[in-house]
Design a protein around this ligand. Structure first.
Ligand code: MSP
Length: 633
């Protein structure tokens, strides 16, 4: 075994801009890379873009570019973002690069020599958006993953995937680390057991791809091309020695999203078995991010842009949130409220306060000088024991990709150190001259713990780790420092002086929910314009006379003063006003430009306006002060 640890992200389609999901995958790879480096591994970390295929060709044409110009331009979105997210990749691979084309040719050659490629005819459905041929049994309402599929019938070359069913099941069974987490492994096994179909690996209907040397006019179907990128990144075909160290004798880990697990845990290992190449050690599949409880999608307009989030909250807070919030393998929800809570409580409060209090007290009691005097008590033993346990637990969780748990381990230790301050009460020790040595020991332990904490958080928050050690008065390069170097208690150089305290994470005030008191998107049934409304003449009228109508028990007739004349109005409210005389003298509202009608032999020259409350009809009464004849608008 070499000391090499090789980790890869998927290579992303450059058609779409990177978002929080792609950022998450890449940040995971970065966190693992940095962790493995401080553990002493030689880490290679490859990310890149998947530049061939029909979708890219179509997008290029639509935007007026050649495919190559298009991918040259789009690929920059990724390199720029990875730099901004502090991604420490050692390689950035593009499938249009010559070194990759060479390695794809080599793989096809080997698989073909093994007799695993044959010429056939593909008849069936193809999903352009997912770049995959779709077996009938995976169609739902004629669609694949909710997207249209097209009928295709063409000569195609096939890879004998079905031949590897048993070998794949055996490999998965014998290598418990091959698929992570466990739940995903069960999914893959169930899928293989349903039976695998041979895989079409060439296309003739577009030409933006690596030509298949077996027959003119065929280009290699994207997944055979894309997956091989992992070999290219390890020096396959280019440098045998490097490839031996990185791939054949090193640890190989692919980090992917759950959407592409089958390609990585079935097709890819089968290709490698056929080509006689060692299989990756681990394929780790994470879940998907939703946004404020909803699926993230362009059409919903809720795609989270990592750059904007970094501007709002800061890079390390963003990285911390993603890694802390999601349980690896399961879906997680990206929410502003949860983000602010994490920043305020975990980062500003727990971590920030520990650093601030420590630096402040060291300055006050020892003029910032860190002195080692060993006057121990039981709390010291407890914190040292917990430190050992933290490093061990963290390692287990990191190796299992359980990042959220790993961070909880670190925060448990941070919480313990905050408690240590309260238990040891340095402010009381400082009052008693005979306890000076104990005070310096307590303070030393606090400083040493922060030095250690900076090392543990470094993979997750590299800038913050740097800031902490600077404030601790150290000039440390995390690229060379190893976890082992600081593991022993007492690794902080005694006699050193701390620097000034600068807050790491300012608290974010939670703005009062900016929710409107009304529904902005209210649907108005049959809307009218203001001109329509102005056609209606409504005025305040005074009731002068009120009488029942013979043979019409529902109706009352009124004489009203409109301010300009007297009118008769008939109204169907008799039931609600058994004593109609009480209405005399009241001011109410009436529509005055309705066409006159005759009701039960009585002329009605308007309509009194009413409301209905709990099925009871009432006239709309107006205060007596309002002048008769006032217009209601
Ligand atoms: N080009 C292929 C991969 C080839 S690898 C040999 C591809 N590219 S992609 O651009 O569609 O990226 C897919 C990856 O993006 C997912 O596997 C996942 O890592 C990430 N994510 C995309 N949307 C995501 C979420 N909403 N949440 C989390 N990750 C998501 O497939």
């Amino acid at each position: 075994m070499s000391n090499s640890f090789y980790i890869t992200s998927p290579i992303y389609y450059p058609n779409a801009a990177p978002h929080v999901g792609t950022a998450y995958t890449t940040i995971i790879c970065d966190v693992v890379s940095r962790y493995k480096r401080i553990k002493g591994y030689d880490v290679s970390f490859m990310t890149g873009v998947d530049e061939h295929g029909q979708k890219i060709q179509e997008a290029a044409e639509k935007n007026g570019f050649t495919p190559q110009q298009w991918v040259d331009k789009m690929s920059l979105n990724f390199t720029t973002l990875w730099e901004k997210l502090n991604i420490s990749n050692t390689d950035y691979l593009r499938t249009t690069q010559e070194r990759h084309i060479e390695s794809v040719r080599e793989i096809v050659k080997r698989v073909n020599e093994k007799g695993d490629i044959y010429r056939g005819e593909y008849v069936g459905k193809y999903s352009v958006s997912e770049e995959t041929f779709v077996p009938e049994n995976q169609l739902v309402d004629g669609k694949y993953m909710g997207k249209e599929v097209i009928d295709v019938k063409e000569v195609s070359y096939f890879f004998r995937l079905s031949k590897y069913e048993d070998a794949l099941l055996k490999h998965i069974e014998e290598n418990p680390d091959f698929i992570k987490p466990e739940s995903k492994k069960n999914e893959v096994v169930a899928f293989i057991k349903q039976g695998l179909q041979d895989l079409s690996i060439s296309r003739t209907t577009f030409d933006w791809g690596i030509p298949l040397e077996l027959e003119k006019g065929h280009v290699i179907y994207v997944w055979f091309d894309a997956l091989t990128v992992y070999l290219t990144g390890a020096g396959f075909k280019k440098d045998e020695k490097e490839f031996g160290e990185i791939w054949s004798n090193g640890k190989v880990t692919h980090v992917i999203g759950k959407d592409i697990l089958r390609f990585h845990a079935i097709i890819w290992p089968a290709m490698l078995m056929s080509a006689g190449i060692k299989l990756p050690d681990t394929v780790a599949a994470h879940g998907w991010w939703t946004v404020e409880g909803e699926k993230m999608s362009k059409s919903l307009g809720n795609v989270v842009n990592p750059e904007e989030e970094v501007k709002k909250y800061g890079l390390d807070a963003f990285r911390y949130y993603l890694m802390r919030e999601a349980t690896f393998g399961q879906d997680a929800d990206y929410s502003k409220k949860a983000m602010i809570q994490r920043i305020n409580s975990d980062l500003a409060n727990d971590l920030g306060n520990l650093l601030n209090r420590t630096i402040g007290m060291q300055k006050k009691y020892f003029n910032s000088e860190v002195i080692l005097n060993k006057v121990e008590d039981k709390y010291d033993i407890e914190i040292k024991d917990l430190w050992e346990k933290t490093v061990e637990d963290l390692d287990i969780h990191m190796n299992e990709f359980q990042f959220s748990e790993a961070l909880k381990d670190i925060w448990k230790f941070i919480g313990r150190m905050n408690k240590y301050i309260d238990e040891c009460e340095p402010w009381n020790l400082a009052k008693d001259g005979s306890k000076k040595d104990r005070l310096s020991t307590v303070m030393y332990n606090l400083v040493d713990s922060l030095y250690k904490i900076s090392m543990l958080i470094y993979p997750f928050m590299p800038d913050t780790a740097e800031k902490i050690v600077r404030q601790l008065g150290l000039n440390i390069d995390f690229n060379t420092l190893k976890l082992e170097d600081i593991r022993k208690w007492g690794s902080y150089p005694a006699g050193n002086k701390l620097d000034e305290a600068v807050p790491l994470f300012p608290r974010i005030e939670i703005e009062p929910e900016n929710k409107k008191d009304y529904n902005e998107n209210l649907h108005i049934e049959n809307p009218i314009t203001i001109n329509d409304f102005n056609k209606v003449e409504i005025k305040v009228v005074e009731i002068i006379k009120a009488e029942k109508i013979k043979d019409a028990d529902k109706l009352l007739k009124f004489i009203v003063d409109t301010g300009t004349e007297k009118r008769q109005i008939v109204s169907g409210i008799a039931k609600w006003y058994p004593d109609e005389k009480e209405l005399i003298g009241k001011k109410v509202t009436a529509v005055l430009n309705l066409e006159p009608v005759t009701l039960k032999g009585e002329l009605s020259q308007g309509m009194l306006l009413t409301t209905t409350e709990k099925k009871k009809i009432r006239l709309i009464e107006i205060s007596k002060e309002v002048k008769t004849g006032s217009i209601v608008k």
